[in-house]
Design a protein around this ligand. Structure first.
Ligand SMILES: Nc1ncnc2c1ncn2[C@@H]1O[C@H](COP(=O)(O)OP(=O)(O)OP(=O)(O)O)[C@@H](O)[C@H]1O
Length: 341
């Protein structure tokens, strides 16, 4: 049974931290609050039948350290004793991890909650600023990450503590705003009859935009994957790919601006995930910030909110490590998501 309370703020070292994505799982062990995490090679989730096997083979067999606790960030709803991951076949069974792998304490959190912890703890060297505005240190922040899906989390500062606010913000509606949008929106694939932000702002979403641009211009599609669209944009070899990336950053600016308004994120908006790291020059063109700031009557608020690309390659693990070192700094709720031996 998951522990019903979240009043216990001690997590015993060594602590295994893990970021379990749809495609990749990344693990590290923290031996104490001061040491750098010992990282292990990134594992492809498809290579292991279960997470237990991945932890045993990819981590425990490679070290003499026996972690006492585990903190795992996962994409998927955390409920019950069996946690189904959204984009891969693994099912996390914390009680089995305790029984079979010798953990005393297992905490499972949402993957974007981990990204929010990263946004609270990453230094300037892991952030690339896009546009103007300055961070107000104790103000709310927002993390938006186009990846396999569109992840969103808020980060609220109160009582000297950072509270991550996980949610399903990637599924908000996005509507047409320009004459070009009015041509393209009817061509976008919908979900349940609507264009949600995630329909446009993730790997699959980039393809959705690309296909619509090709269809509108009666152009033959040449790119067949998001990576091919960004490669063709970067090389300037396919005008449809160039427009698709321009629209992608415009829509990202629009949604990021909305989220900044919702959280009054004067502490900044942090763009996470693999895709944004590949399109930083496009984000630096004026259209991303123009869309972000185009929020009458509140343009001025948005002009003063900074936006950053998170460039740390293992940002979620970094966030988990910060939490593992000093859990009291973060108001992470473990109610119903913590299991003890
Ligand atoms: N070069 C690229 N340009 C644009 N999109 C890409 C590129 N390479 C991969 N993608 C797309 O990025 C998405 C994956 O995003 P990301 O790397 O952030 O992973 P994730 O959702 O966090 O999951 P995981 O951690 O398991 O990889 C996929 O849709 C993929 O097609």
């Amino acid at each position: 049974m998951p522990n019903p309370s979240d009043s216990d703020h001690t997590i015993a070292f060594p602590i295994l931290i893990g970021d379990i994505g749809g495609t990749n799982a990344r693990f590290a062990i923290l031996t104490d609050a001061y040491a750098e995490p010992k990282e292990f090679p990134v594992l492809a989730t498809a290579d292991f039948e279960t997470i237990d096997l991945a932890i045993q083979t990819g981590v425990l067999d490679k070290t003499s350290l026996q972690p006492r606790s585990a903190i795992l960030a996962v994409a998927g709803p955390i409920k019950d004793n069996e946690i189904d991951l959204t984009n891969c076949d693994w099912v996390i069974k914390p009680e089995a991890l305790i029984r079979e792998l010798g953990f005393e304490d297992v905490i499972v959190i949402n993957d974007f909650e981990a990204q929010a912890l990263a946004a609270a703890s990453l230094g300037q060297e892991h952030l690339e600023k896009v546009g103007g505005g300055e961070v107000r240190p104790a103000s709310s922040r927002v993390v938006v990450g186009p990846g396999t899906g569109l992840g969103v989390a808020g980060l609220v500062h109160a009582r000297h503590t950072w509270f991550p606010v996980p949610g399903e913000g990637g599924h908000v509606d996005i509507g047409p705003r320009t004459p070009r949008d009015l041509e393209l929106f009817p061509l976008y694939d919908t979900i349940g009859g609507r264009v949600s932000a995630e329909q446009l702002l993730c790997g699959r979403g980039l393809m959705n935009i690309y296909r619509a641009v090709c269809k509108a211009g009666k152009i033959k599609e040449s790119a067949t994957s998001p990576a091919e669209v960004t490669a063709a944009w970067s090389a300037g070899s396919d005008p449809a790919a160039v427009e698709a990336i321009e629209l992608f950053v415009t829509y990202l600016g629009r949604v990021a601006g909305d989220l900044a308004l919702i959280f009054m994120a004067r502490g900044g908006v942090y763009l996470a995930g693999g895709i944004v790291q590949k399109i930083i020059p496009a984000l630096n063109q004026p259209r991303f910030r123009e869309a972000f700031e185009d929020k009458a009557p509140h343009n001025e608020i948005l002009e003063n909110i900074p936006t950053f690309v998170i460039t740390h390659p293992l940002a979620a693990l970094h966030g988990l490590a910060a939490y593992a070192r000093t859990p009291v700094r973060f108001g992470v709720s473990t109610k119903g998501s913590r299991w003890k031996a």
